[in-house]
Design a protein around this ligand. Structure first.
Ligand SMILES: [Zn+2]
Length: 232
């Protein structure tokens, strides 16, 4: 993938997240490592919504959180992503958003249950950051988030939002949408009453394996991209 293609995919990812209702004013960000430089990443600019991302306004940052290229301002929470990229060489894409159901779910402190297909991706497969409700504006706090993420693809920032990562933009964006879906379903089911027994973990893991298909994530990403482009 060229640098330009990576930026285009990042922008498409931002537009998809906006269409999925994951925007919160101009808050939230999406990042991807520069294809030929693992020590730098492209990031949504500050002061713009996900839907306003363009190849031109994307900024480039390094793993210390410094902006190294781009005219637009950099998000103060850059350290979420720089510290995760530092700690997890297997991850190339990282998203931070404030989705309503996921934030509400994080506030309850309950465990994710296998109540739906999307939940199969996340049961016993997420971290929880509980140090602060505040913005992640220092390397220390970013390091704390990366530590809470551990080996998982997802970390809830309690009462604040989520960080969803993946080996590619497609994987991270689709996971981010599925996480909100899983939280929404569990919130509805839990609010309605006591849920019935869950399927055995073995079945859940078998489904997870199928859901983790990079090919399927790429197909769904392209579909959402077409849908967004038709509406623009
Ligand atoms: Zn935030």
């Amino acid at each position: 993938m060229t640098r330009d293609e990576a930026k285009q995919k990042l922008v498409a990812g931002g537009h998809i997240l906006d269409a999925a209702g994951q925007g919160d004013f101009t808050r939230g960000h999406i990042c991807v490592r520069v294809p030929d430089d693992a020590n730098q990443f492209y990031m949504k600019p500050h002061s713009f919504g996900f839907d306003e991302m363009t190849v031109d306004n994307v900024v480039t940052c390094d793993l210390e959180g410094n902006k190294v290229d781009g005219w637009a301002p950099r998000h103060s929470e850059v350290y979420i992503h720089s510290e995760i990229f530092k700690m997890r060489p297997d991850l190339n894409a990282s998203i931070h958003t404030h989705p309503t159901y996921a934030v509400a779910f994080s506030a309850l402190g309950r465990r994710m249950k296998a109540l739906s297909q999307p939940s199969a991706l996340f049961v016993d497969n997420y971290g929880v950051y509980t140090d602060s409700i505040d913005l992640i504006r220092s390397k220390d706090m970013g390091h704390g988030v990366a530590k809470a993420l551990g080996k998982c693809p997802v970390v809830f920032l309690k009462n604040h939002g989520v960080v969803v990562c993946g080996p590619t933009i497609e994987d991270a964006v689709i996971s981010c949408i599925m996480l909100e879906n899983a939280c929404q379903i569990q919130m509805i089911a839990d609010a309605a009453g006591e849920t019935a027994g869950e399927f055995p973990m073995e079945d859940v893991m078998a489904l997870r394996k199928k859901l983790l298909s990079p090919e399927q994530n790429a197909i769904n990403f392209k579909y959402l991209q077409r849908r967004v482009e038709r509406a623009r």
